[in-house]
Design a protein. Sequence first.
Length: 188
Amino acid sequence: MKIIFINVILNLFQDLNIKETRCRNKFGMTRGITSGFTLIELLVAIGIIGILASFLLANFVGVRQRARDGVRKSDLRQIQSALELYRSDKGGYPTSGSSSGNFPTVCGSQFDDGASTPAIYMKKIPCDPSGGTAIYTYIPSNPNSDNTLYASYSLVACLENKNDSQKDAVNVSPCDGTNNFSYTLTNP
């Protein structure tokens, strides 16, 4: 078994065209030295591998940002569907706030009509996929005479990808336009 392994290794060295040279040391003894890669060759190879790895890593970060932005857009469409159900039942869109019957401002909250046996429009308001402090913003507008229902609204999410084709031309608060860019849905 040992002999077979040694023969395989020797054949590999011959296939790689590694040459053995003889060298005399200061005592007159000869020994075999195999030629190999120089330090420069190794550094060049490591440098090329590093450059390729950095390109792949940069591309991977962009893919993750686009994926989170896709989730944000999908979440806004789900919230939009819940708001449309509310409008069909109540005749308008809710106010924003934490009290029952309003559109909740905290992710993970339930969106219902505030009745004693509430009609649930969304079991849980989705949270931003970044897991940070980013939130989805609901902005009601055009209130009725007693300010209880609204005729229109805007939903805003902050996107990470500055090259997104669906981002707003002008950033809407809370997005700053430097690190994140607004994406707005309005009532249909």
